[in-house]
Design a binder for this molecule. Structure first.
Ligand code: GLC
Length: 602
């Protein structure tokens, strides 16, 4: 296991000098929209985050540097001068910021099955995150998604631990590197069993035996810890009815004890509030269970008061507080935070590499490697560059759709304006085929004018529970946050995994074009396998493109044969709505099995 190099003397001297309030402050992570630099100073706050879609000014690197400098300076303008950590969800590149290189979501990277590629992606992500002054990323997700109805399947590399295990250490190691100026702090998430909930309900109940939890969901954390991951995020879900955020066995005895995790555990967004209707009880339960830093965008102020009260009443011990603060300060020391310049003065701050063509080439290569060819009858693919190509479908010219959730906005965006740089699938095709024509519909095309059609269709962006497929009483999802008054009950993404149910407009487009006698290739832009029997039957060729991110050119490169398909399914593909099988299940008869993927050389 990689040893943390900590200035123990400095950490212990700080702890000896710190007041209770200063210690509690270090355990707090507030959100940029609920705390000012002055409040960071007044309350000795340890960290600030940006939630998905929470950005400063015009959402440019310089806006981020100005904002984070202000928090940094405020945290240093205190008797102890402990710098804050700024954290964001850079889960497929620095996806929050306009103009960033946006990588394929994890489900596509799992199909690429290329750990070396993951290290290259991590390095680009590090530089584009540091360019904005951020030091801590809430990645990688080590979820092993077992049910395609989960709204976060796209954040999972695979339904099976094998690929997730092979990526965990490489990605953490490349993000954290030597903890020098070309590194950020990583955060393995969500501990534990987030991808195993019953019916795939987000933040639901993972009902599995200890052996299943170990073999499927815990397995990827061993290589992450071996690689020296400095933070781990607790998960919203329950394990057999018990919330992870209050689970002393999982957080303290297993993760910190048996597995030897030496960094700190951060809660998920207001996750502790789910432990009890009495907030004070929830605070004691989560602190005593072993959470060290508390992501409390909405409740950080009252949290401080409750912890102070619990210590005075001895319902939370001073030893536990010191343990949490020691872990937090040790991570800051291991990262060299005390000796770093302010974010805008760091080497990569505002660097021209941000969104550069060099970085985009890495993402383009990731796209090529992520695509899975499910069908190619009559050798329709590869396409001829000089062919008369009709390009259609709602996802053909929509960089927002191809990026999916967690892109500029929490729930992603629609259209091309907010995804600056990069190429849509259409733009990628047009770059290679002079006779290609974009035609969003399909009904009124001239049959004789085209040799072949490329129809890009699929899901619209979503994140977390809003991506769930739910039916019956579970159909309502409580999401959002009190901050912007967005806490409301919203509909989940849909009630069926059948694409023709979710988006009948897609099948309509396909059938309209097929009725003209034009052979067609379907490119599916989705965050998970869907039931696609009708669309598949109508297509001569079918490509699973997942959520490719900003570099749609990578899709065109493979469609025209400049590169061969190499992607293999890291998720089993279901043949029907009610079939949810995973690699290794006893009854395993998917439409396309784990590991399936055609290529031109086949
Ligand atoms: C969200 C997600 C978590 C993310 C955090 C901060 O609720 O569960 O993955 O890192 O909040 O945005």
């Amino acid at each position: 296991m990689r040893e943390l190099i900590v200035d123990v003397e400095r950490v212990e001297a700080l702890i000896a000098e710190m007041s209770l309030d200063q210690k509690i402050g270090q355990m707090v992570q507030a959100e940029r929209s609920t705390i000012s630099p002055d409040e960071v100073k007044a309350h000795h706050i340890g960290s600030v985050l940006s939630g998905g879609g929470s950005y400063p000014g015009d959402n440019r690197p310089e806006d981020w540097l100005d904002m984070i400098d202000a928090y940094w300076d405020a945290s240093l303008d205190t008797p102890l001068g402990i710098p804050i950590l700024y954290g964001i969800d850079a889960v497929h590149g620095n996806n929050n910021v306009r103009g960033a290189t946006v990588f394929p979501h994890n489900i596509g990277l799992g199909c690429a099955n290329d750990p070396d590629l993951m290290a290259r992606i991590a390095q680009v992500t590090v530089r584009e995150v540091l360019a904005c002054g951020v030091q801590w990323v809430f990645a990688p997700s080590l979820a092993v998604a077992r049910d395609n109805r989960w709204g976060r399947c796209c954040e999972s590399y695979s339904e099976d631990p094998e690929i997730v295990v092979s990526y965990a250490g490489r990605f953490v190691g490349a993000l954290q590197d030597d903890l020098g100026e070309d590194s950020v702090i990583a955060c393995a998430k969500h501990w534990v069993g987030d991808g195993g909930t019953t019916y795939g309900i987000d933040q639901g109940n993972t009902e599995v035996t200890k052996a299943e939890l170990e073999n499927i969901h815990i397995a990827p954390y061993y290589p992450a810890i071996e690689a020296g991951v400095l933070t781990i995020m607790a998960s919203y879900n329950c394990w057999n009815g018990d919330k992870c955020h209050g689970h002393e066995y999982l957080l303290t005895h297993l993760l910190k004890g048996e597995m030897g995790f030496g960094g700190f555990i951060v809660s998920d967004w207001e996750g502790i509030s789910q432990l009890s209707s009495d907030y004070g009880d929830a605070v004691a339960l989560s602190v005593n269970a072993g959470i060290d830093m508390f992501m409390l965008p909405e409740t950080w102020r009252k949290f401080i008061g409750h912890v102070r009260q619990h210590v005075e009443r001895q319902t939370v011990s001073m030893d536990r507080i010191d343990d949490a603060v020691r872990r937090i300060l040790s991570v800051k020391s291991a990262y060299g935070l005390f000796d770093r310049p302010k974010p805008s003065q760091s080497y990569w701050a505002g660097h021209r590499c941000f969104g550069s063509q060099e970085h985009r080439e890495v993402a383009r290569d990731a796209v090529r490697k992520s695509l899975v060819l499910l069908k190619n009858t009559d050798g329709l693919l590869p396409l001829d560059r000089d062919a008369r190509i009709l390009v259609a479908g709602k996802s053909a010219h929509n960089r927002g759709y191809q990026c999916g959730g967690w892109t500029v906005e929490w729930q992603g965006v629609c259209g091309n304006d907010l995804i600056e740089g990069g190429t849509s699938i259409w733009e990628g095709i047009a770059n290679l085929a002079p006779q290609a024509v974009l035609h969003t519909g399909g009904a009124d095309v001239d049959a004789g004018a085209y040799d072949v059609a490329v129809v890009a269709i699929g899901e619209k962006p979503y994140a977390e529970g809003l991506g769930d497929i739910r039916s019956g009483d579970d159909v309502v999802v409580e999401v959002g946050s009190q901050i912007s008054g967005l806490m409301k009950l919203q509909e989940a993404y849909g009630e069926s995994l059948e694409l023709a149910e979710l988006h009948p407009e897609d099948l309509q487009t396909i059938e309209d074009i097929r009725a003209k006698g034009i052979p067609l290739v379907v490119v599916l832009v989705s965050g998970r396998p869907l039931v696609i029997n009708r669309e598949l039957n109508a297509a001569s060729a079918f490509v699973a493109a997942w959520l490719p991110g900003s570099e749609g050119q990578g899709v065109a490169d493979v469609l025209f044969g400049d590169c061969d398909f190499q992607g293999k399914l890291s998720f089993s593909w279901p043949k029907s709505e009610d079939e949810n099988t995973n690699r290794g299940d006893e009854t395993y008869q998917p439409l396309f099995p784990y590991g399936y993927g055609l290529s031109y050389s086949d």
